[in-house]
Ligand binder design. Structure first.
Ligand SMILES: NC(=O)c1ccc[n+]([C@@H]2O[C@H](COP(=O)([O-])OP(=O)(O)OC[C@H]3O[C@@H](n4cnc5c(N)ncnc54)[C@H](O)[C@@H]3O)[C@@H](O)[C@H]2O)c1
Ligand SMILES: O=C(O)C(=O)C[C@@H](O)[C@H](O)[C@H](O)COP(=O)(O)O
Ligand SMILES: [Zn+2]
Length: 359
């Protein structure tokens, strides 16, 4: 088993990575009180809920099964979590267990941040994307119809338990979406990892155990380092947002239905790379490498059909990185070296949108 620590100012928490962890007592070991509620969705429950609850039998263990899908990452669904906690009389010493992908993790984390002003929660991520990104770092949120993750809180989990065996049932499209966030770490801060991902593309696509575990470990290590240095995004944590300003606009435009988060991030990273080229920072050869690395996973590298430049402008203006009305973007100097923009030529953004949108 691999173990990493996320070292924060006030406390640290572990990330465990191995095949078969759901059958062990790791989750139980991080529950401090005598109540737990395992929250999952209707797709994951028949696959993995029993394996998780089996190890919690000496506690009051309640379960809640939510509908599946990004369109359900809402305040209304959050209310169902609070209703269940109240109905089963959970106290402030309860622990929530988020069993699922990033949608479940973000919602359960936010519910844990709010319920009785904050209770413990444990992340048990079941998608590649959640294992490499969303389960680590304590960003929790729900969407608003007008903007992605607009209502949320920073609330760190007690532990992250990554059982890589659950990826055996993950559909190919979801696996590829997770690879977009994996490639992101290479692009923003780890050029050797970027090259390693290219070299191991075939083995990763075949889901060979060792390279998949290594990709998860190196991703989590990158994320843990960034979060440890800037837990609440006062500075460099924003680099983890590469591609997300464009990507969140695409997700919102498509009503949180057609495009997966990782797919929107993929197209968004290509747009960010193109804008970096327009500013004279990134070389054309590197833009091509960014685009090819994502296209190799059949990820989108262009904007959704029908999305106009005005749609991007309107939705990007709501990005959480906007400061005093000024849009800040995460762009690339080169592969492995990202920055958050200060002043930049706004024509570079106009030219980028012209390159990706018909109108
Ligand atoms: N908090 C963060 O730092 C952070 C980081 C990245 C993404 N996110 C958020 O995460 C969400 C996307 O997460 P996601 O890509 O995991 O999507 P998801 O949670 O919707 O899961 C994707 C699909 O896979 C299914 N699934 C999950 N595990 C499975 C398994 N083992 N076998 C079979 N099917 C399985 C789910 O039921 C769902 O249909 C977005 O809302 C995004 O905003 C948050
Ligand atoms: O952990 C972070 O910080 C990230 O930005 C990770 C992103 O991959 C993730 O999608 C995150 O939810 C985006 O946050 P937001 O603040 O832009 O909504
Ligand atoms: Zn993301």
């Amino acid at each position: 088993m691999q173990k990493l620590d996320v070292s924060l100012a006030e406390r640290s928490y572990p990330i465990y990575i191995d095949r078969g962890l759901l059958g062990q007592d790791l989750i139980r070991g991080h529950v401090r009180g005598n109540q737990v509620m395992v929250v999952t969705n209707e797709t994951i429950a028949p696959l993995y809920l029993d394996a998780v609850t089996r190890g919690l039998g000496d506690l009051q263990c309640d379960t809640l099964i939510l509908p599946d899908g990004e369109q359900h990452k809402t305040l209304a669904t959050l209310e169902r979590i609070f209703d269940a906690l109240m109905a089963h009389r959970h106290s402030r010493t309860t622990t929530l267990v988020a069993l699922g992908g990033g949608v479940i993790g973000d919602m359960v984390g936010f519910a844990a941040a709010c319920y009785q002003r904050g209770v413990d929660f444990i992340q048990v991520p079941t998608t590649l994307l959640a294992q490499v990104d969303s389960s680590v770092g304590g960003k929790t949120a729900v969407n608003h119809p007008r903007g992605k993750n607009m209502i949320g809180a920073f609330h760190q989990p007690r532990a992250v338990v990554i059982d890589t065996a659950v990826l055996d049932t993950l559909p190919e499209r979801e696996f590829a979406a997770g690879m977009a966030e994996v490639i992101k770490y290479g692009l923003i801060r780890d050029p050797e990892f970027f090259q390693w991902l290219l070299d191991n593309q075939a083995a990763l696509a075949a889901r060979d155990t060792a390279p998949v575990a290594e990709a998860i470990l190196r991703s989590c290590r990158n994320k843990a380092e960034v979060v440890a240095a800037d837990e609440t995004e006062q500075g460099n944590r924003a680099l983890l947002n590469l591609g997300h300003t464009f990507g969140h606009a695409m997700e919102t435009f498509t009503g949180y239905r057609d495009w997966l988060h990782g797919e929107a991030v993929s197209a968004g990273m290509v747009m960010a790379a193109r804008m970096s080229l327009e500013l004279g920072w990134l070389k054309q050869a590197d833009l091509d490498r960014v685009s090819d690395s994502l296209a190799a996973w059949k990820l989108p590298v262009t904007a959704p059909e029908g999305m106009a430049r005005a749609d991007f402008s309107e939705l990007m203006a709501l990005d959480k990185k906007v400061q005093n009305g000024r849009l800040r973007l995460v762009l690339l100097n080169q592969i492995g070296d990202a920055l958050v923009t200060g002043e930049y030529d706004p024509n570079a953004l106009t030219r980028t949108l012209e390159a990706f949108c018909e109108r």
